[in-house]
Design a binder for this molecule. Structure first.
Ligand code: SAM
Length: 240
């Protein structure tokens, strides 16, 4: 939780942090990072305040997922759960045409940095959508944003309760093309918070589909990524 004093202080320093973040991003683009390097920089680009880029991912897990997504040669990636943009940075490098990243929290001025995530020679356009993914009106906004296209990859990393992740899967799986992938974060059996319940959801669905798991250590607390391949017939429209 950010206090009013912290908000005031961050707003005051925002122009400097923005300048710093764009400088670091330009340097990253110029270095033409590999996927493991990108996963590392997504953890901490070096920027601060409203413009700090972070992620809570195990580098080997997110790199393995990124390699799997890369195999799809994705045109369109959708992410539920932008947070500090760490995974969006990776998707922005992989998506050839669109990245749509969504969060319930207002990302303040950060959106202009997110929109600059694709490398300079990329045709990828980034859309930052703010709203509750569980709201049917939000799903309709996303449908309009996709304008009849289907995503190649959907990363579900928003509400981590069992009911919340199940609802995201039910509502958004129809937006992914047959043969595309849907990823879920935090499937490891042991989780640090009682509200992290993705593992319960994952155990219920993994037998029903073609799946892949990226878990660095079966004994770890937290993290772990599960992936579902969308069946050839696709998923049916959600019941609203
Ligand atoms: C674990 S973070 C995402 C991390 C990010 N994908 C990464 O690894 O860099 C989860 C994010 O989901 C957002 N979130 C939680 N519930 C949501 C909902 N119902 N709709 C949209 N976003 C939600 C939170 O605000 C938070 O920023």
């Amino acid at each position: 939780m950010v206090s009013p004093l912290q908000v005031f202080s961050r707003n005051l320093r925002a122009p400097f942090h923005r300048w710093q973040a764009f400088r670091l991003l330009r340097a990253l683009h110029a270095a033409r990072p590999s996927l493991p390097e990108l996963a590392k920089r997504g953890q901490k680009l070096g920027s601060n305040g409203w413009y700090r880029v972070r992620t809570l991912q195990i580098p080997s897990e997110i790199t393995a997922l990124a390699r799997e997504v890369e195999k799809l040669k994705p045109r369109i990636v959708v992410e539920i759960g932008t947070a500090r943009g760490g995974t969006a940075l990776i998707w922005a490098y992989l998506a050839r045409e669109r990245l749509i990243t969504c969060d319930i929290l207002d990302k303040r001025g950060f959106a202009d940095l997110l929109r600059a995530f694709p490398p300079p020679d990329s045709a990828c356009r980034v859309s930052v959508m703010i709203g509750d993914s569980h709201d049917p009106a939000f799903a309709e906004r996303l449908r309009a944003e996709l304008a009849g296209e289907l995503a190649d990859f959907l990363f579900i990393d928003g509400d981590h309760t069992e009911a919340g992740v199940a609802r995201d899967f039910e509502m958004y799986r129809e937006f992914v093309r047959p043969g595309g992938l849907i990823g879920f974060h935090d499937i490891a059996e042991k989780q640090p918070l009682p509200t992290n319940q993705v593992q319960h959801f994952w155990k219920k669905i993994r037998g029903a589909y073609e799946t892949i798991e990226f878990i660095q250590n079966r004994d770890q607390t937290g993290f772990g990524i599960g992936v579902v391949r969308v069946p050839a017939e696709g998923f049916p429209p959600a019941t609203r």
